[in-house]
Design a protein around this ligand. Structure first.
Ligand code: SF4
Ligand code: MG
Length: 318
């Protein structure tokens, strides 16, 4: 089995790395080809920052990203190009993420033009095929402009653009939250189909637990910039350990998986991510907080096989 490994650091940073499992700050997890890792949490939990860091849109101040065994800070320009080819993104808002003055064919073909020598009929053919793969089979699509399409169609175009270079991984940053509820399941199912046929890994970032559960093989829960729990999706549903994860799951309505309508409801103010509480970031909202929670930040530890949690309730036995 070929696995891509995604080391996690203190800040919950995640990055693809081929080859042997490598631990960062003593904790790591991996994503197999064709798997989805979901990251869930309330706004301000650091999900968007994590996505920007992974896409190299924001400089890294803490933690580490490594790719094919090389730390991002050691990247040559060639490494950087390889990384940008291998890691693509689809963002929340399909209205602002597509240049309004470019034709769809040029939008979808742009990453290929920028990163490869493919041109002319071959490029056109590649664009045609990937548009077809996302369900936009009408040949006239390439000549049209973004405003001629609905939100759902624009998100299909953004997905086609992300797929055009045949990346190893796509960061999906709130890919359905700007879409009508009636369209969301279509786009989620399209993403799943594309993953099955292409073996691409997804890092799915979303605030909606129902979306994350529907899409993900494994789920990481973030709170104030920290990864507080990570486990297989089913394991996390059945045995959420962190009090924050337990609150998220109990607040989520048992809705039909195709209709992600549940919302995260928690009591208490979310502290500012710029001025997080000492010790455990969740302690100001936690019903189980103990004196140690104000003193010592709980490290992310394996509580069961493949199931890691950062909470003093689950201290290691020694
Ligand atoms: Fe609650 Fe303490 Fe666990 Fe934090 S470490 S979640 S405050 S019990
Ligand atoms: Mg955010």
């Amino acid at each position: 089995e070929i696995r891509k490994h995604f080391p996690v650091s203190r800040g919950g940073l995640v990055a693809p790395q081929k080859g042997v499992l490598k631990a960062v700050d003593g904790v790591s997890f991996s994503i197999a080809e064709g798997e989805t890792l979901g990251l869930v949490g309330e706004s301000g939990c650091g999900k968007s920052t994590t996505s920007k860091l992974i896409l190299l849109l924001e400089a890294l101040s803490d933690g580490a990203i490594s790719f094919r065994g090389k730390d991002v800070t050691q990247f040559t320009s060639e490494d950087r190009r390889a990384y940008r080819r291998a890691v693509q993104a689809v963002f929340q808002d399909p209205y602002s993420s597509l240049s309004p003055r470019m034709r769809i064919g040029d939008i979808v073909g742009e990453p290929v033009r920028v990163n490869t020598r493919v041109r002319g009929a071959e490029l056109k053919g590649r664009v045609r095929k990937v548009l077809n793969d996302v369900g936009l089979s009408d040949p006239s699509v390439s000549a049209n402009y973004p405003h001629e399409f609905s939100g759902g169609q624009r998100q299909r175009i953004a997905i086609a653009r992300a797929l055009a270079l045949e990346p190893d991984m796509i960061v999906l940053d709130e890919p359905v939250s700007a879409l009508d509820v009636s369209i969301r399941a279509q786009i989620m199912n399209l993403l799943k189909e594309l993953q099955q046929s292409r073996g691409v890994a997804y890092l799915l970032i979303a605030h909606d637990l129902a979306v994350v559960r529907h899409m993900s093989n494994r789920i990481g829960v973030m709170y104030l910039g920290k990864l507080v729990e990570i486990a297989e999706s089913d394991e996390l549903s059945l045995h959420p350990l962190h009090p924050y994860t337990q609150a998220l799951y109990s607040a989520a309505l048992p809705s039909h998986p195709d209709i992600p309508t549940s919302e995260i409801i928690l009591t208490g103010e979310v502290p500012s991510p710029l001025d997080p509480p000492s010790g455990c970031p969740f302690r100001t909202r936690c019903a189980h907080a103990m004196p140690v929670c104000a003193e010592v930040p709980p490290p992310l530890r394996e509580a069961a096989s493949g199931h890691c949690v950062a909470c003093h309730l689950y201290a290691s036995p020694n």
